[in-house]
Design a protein around this ligand. Sequence first.
Ligand code: ADP
Ligand code: S3P
Ligand code: MG
Length: 168
Amino acid sequence: MTPKSVILIGMPGAGKSTIGVMLAKELAKDFIDTDVLIQVREGKTLQEIMDESDYLNLRRIEEEVLLETDLPNHVIATGGSVVYGDAGMQHMKRYGPVVFLNVSLAELTRRIHNYESRGIARRPDQSFQEVFDERNKLYRHYADIVVDCDGRDQAQVIGAVMQALDAA
Ligand SMILES: Nc1ncnc2c1ncn2[C@@H]1O[C@H](COP(=O)(O)OP(=O)(O)O)[C@@H](O)[C@H]1O
Ligand SMILES: O=C(O)C1=C[C@@H](OP(=O)(O)O)[C@@H](O)[C@H](O)C1
Ligand SMILES: [Mg+2]
């Protein structure tokens, strides 16, 4: 049987990248951050891709990169905008459970101070609150497991993810 992967989704600042690499060590799996895959394939930073084109192009590239990548036995930290591409999500779901790291808007606002320059793939007129509301529905739609992260430090979130994976 192909070993299972674990796919982390959630808002920018939810902890996908930092928790993902620690979770991969705990679970003895490989780790990949899809933002890194995109940057290496394009030879540009995400911000450069957005500056040279627009947020829809970044989302399109994100989906293309996912569809061309085989990711068995990995913890996969996705970019926050990955849920806008259904084909990419269905592709990843074949490898294992999707875990939504659920963080409140208040906590995300505490963690993110560079909303305008962070390279969030959003319509330029959209506020952080609007992006949060729009995406929350999508994260819940694709999630097999929802882990509430508010009030938990990184070790506690990892513990909660592992417990939920065991129970699933
Ligand atoms: N449970 C947590 N409690 C407090 N801060 C956290 C937690 N998880 C992650 N962080 C911090 O939030 C910031 C964003 O984390 P990051 O992994 O880059 O998020 P993402 O990849 O989801 O955008 C980092 O500074 C990270 O250290
Ligand atoms: O939410 C977004 O629109 C994005 C989040 C980023 O990843 P993180 O979620 O790891 O910050 C990165 O993929 C890109 O800048 C777009
Ligand atoms: Mg990240």
